[in-house]
Ligand binder design. Sequence first.
Ligand SMILES: [Zn+2]
Length: 318
Amino acid sequence: MPNCIACNSPTFQLRFSLQDQYDDHYRLLKCESCDCHYLDPRPTEAQLNRAYDDSYYGEGEKKFSAFVEKILNHFRSAKAKKVAGKLSKDSRFLDIGCGDGEFLSQLSKQADFELYGLEIPGKAAERAIERTEFELIIGDLASTSFPSQHFDCISLIHVFEHLPNPTESIEIISKILKSGGRLIIEQPNIESWQARLFKDKWLHLDPPRHLNLMGPKALKKMLKQHGFQCVSESYFSPQFSPFGVQQSLLNLIFKKREVLYEHLKGNKEYVKSYSAFNLFMQKLFHWLTFPLFVMTDLIASIFRKGGTMKMEFSKSEM
Ligand SMILES: [Zn+2]
């Protein structure tokens, strides 16, 4: 039986079947016990290795083109300012799944923090290693050996949903975070309107990489069991949510999923069956309708149904 990835319960509801970019098929199941969504069958190591090959991290020096990276850096900088504003100036900070380290780099501009980034081996880690603003640890969370009560703040920005063992990961995070320390989790919102509307075509299902997807209630409940209280939540993300709607709409039209997204990352092999004109029109659609879908996400976020959830938790004082 396909037991839940988070709580190991054997009882589930079938949400729908889906297909990934490599034509492998899965079912999305929702655990009846903890409400976590997970893939069945669980992707194999070979399937995951293929899904995290160099094309995942973008073909160029960065994940996206210079223009797109510039826009993304604007969002990362705003995020860093917001996070830094809540921390004391000598805070020790760990970003789990730091990618190329751009967020930590932005954070280093805010104050004299002691910064650490954790990233699995791959192209993103190779980019991050060049940086001097933080200490990079290459590996996964289970292989680290940080002392107990070590960090003031830990972040997982679009990373938690990739974890193959969410419960074990939270146990480790709870151990290495100081009492009263902050945990920041930002991830796609499986309970959003866009997730409900597009079902298996939703961009942010990102099969087979997103192994666990919890809605706001499920995540809060799980973290509460580990001594965390939610101190803030927001559901508006112009960085992630409008593109979620746009790519999902395109997924309804085209046979292959995530064509525009792969095109923006420079994945020529994946989009080779689409003409330059077709790809240009997809890009044009993206730029022209962007303000519209920022507006729809803003409306959705008022009802806590935006495409992205940003939650901050405080670890209970022992
Ligand atoms: Zn469960």
